[in-house]
Write a protein that binds this ligand. Structure first.
Ligand code: KG4
Ligand code: ZN
Length: 334
């Protein structure tokens, strides 16, 4: 079969990224322009500022990627674009760029759901095996997705309130860590002891999660200690929090593996970078004799490579969009 080169564009939040991937598995070139330093002072991503920076960056990032790949737009077979979910103003910038390229160069436009991208970041590492369970853990999502073949997604569980990354960022802020606090909290957790008692959320038979109660418990604990004039031990609180947060994920993942004959577990999304989660998932899958895929750190946060990789399988599945494609801030993966 002829080689297929997909150009992937990602702009759903605060990263502007373009990448070219060959046959869904081989990264040819990637350029990522991150705005983390710009939003740090605000304690979170400011949507309007993010959109303006995407506008400024998109053509530069695209040109740099083509240059790095030593390719021209004519060499690309199709354009994959994150149409959603995400920040609407940010999504629209990538989408308009993708549509323009598709129109000018007469290339198929492939709509890619952002979470499909995070899942397919794993296919850049090793071949996916089915039935597969994707543990999607990011700033906006906490979901269990079952796949029995390529590009076929069935959500079997998800968070009823906050996403795990969002919870990490809020707890990190309470502890006094700078945005984005998730990675810093993860590091601190490796330095403390599990001394604070926190409630394990949603211990039920479903595959669902809940993180708002855990978040409130940490906020209340810190507040009560402050009122009593006690200083909290930040490292110990980080360790105690991380233990409960991860346990609430692994207990549901264990159930999903056992009840659905899963062969391959993949971790997807920004929180896949979490060291505690990586270790716990490795232990669990070793114990159950299941293959585990974890993307390297560079593919965990938002990037165009994962969109191009997912775009390849969407392309093989016959998915195409026309120029009426619109961005969606919310959308179910299907
Ligand atoms: O997937 P992502 O880049 O953006 C979304 O699509 O949401 O995920 C970003 C989230 C942030 O909440 C960030 O704090 C969290 O992933 N994160 C982590 C770690 N690295 C990133 N959370 C916990 N531990 C980490 N090591
Ligand atoms: Zn993401």
């Amino acid at each position: 079969m002829k080689d297929v080169y997909i150009l992937g564009i990602e702009s759903s939040c605060d990263e502007t990224s373009v990448s070219i991937v060959k046959n869904g598995t081989e990264e040819i070139a990637t350029v990522i322009s991150s705005q983390i330093d710009i939003h740090k002072d605000f304690g979170g991503v400011v949507p309007e500022i993010a959109s303006r920076h995407h506008v400024k960056n998109i053509t530069i990032v695209l040109e740099e990627c083509l240059q790095k790949a030593n390719m021209k737009m004519e060499d690309v077979d199709a354009i994959a674009i994150t149409y959603g979910p995400g920040l609407i103003g940010s999504l629209l910038i990538g989408l308009e760029a993708a549509k323009t390229l598709s129109f000018i160069y007469n290339k198929p436009l492939i709509p890619v759901h952002h979470i499909a991208g995070h899942i397919y970041a794993n296919s850049l590492v090793k071949e996916l095996q089915f039935p597969l369970l994707a543990v999607v853990v990011s700033g906006g999502h906490t979901e269990l997705i079952e796949m029995d073949k390529h590009y076929s997604f069935k959500k079997i569980g998800g968070t009823l309130d906050d996403a795990i990354g969002e919870c990490y960022d809020k707890v990190a802020r309470v502890i006094g860590l700078e945005y984005p606090g998730g990675p810093k909290l993860d590091k601190l957790a490796s330095e403390g002891k599990d001394t604070y008692k926190l409630p394990i959320p949603l211990r039920d038979d479903s595959y669902n999660f809940s993180f708002s109660g855990l978040k409130s418990a940490v906020i209340n604990l810190a507040h009560n200690e402050e009122q009593r004039g006690n200083e909290i031990n930040k490292a110990d609180l980080a360790t105690s929090f991380q233990k409960v947060a991860i346990e609430s994920i692994t207990s549901k993942v264990r159930k999903a593996i056992e009840q659905n004959n899963i062969k391959n577990v993949v971790i997807a999304g920004g929180v896949a970078a979490n060291n505690g989660l990586r270790t716990a998932m490795k232990e669990l899958t070793d114990q159950l004799g299941v293959e585990l895929s974890i993307p390297p750190m560079k593919y965990c946060t938002d990037n165009g490579t994962m969109i191009a990789a997912a775009g390849y399988y969407a392309y093989l599945d016959g998915r195409r969009a026309d120029l009426s494609l619109n961005s969606k801030s919310q959308d179910i993966l299907k």
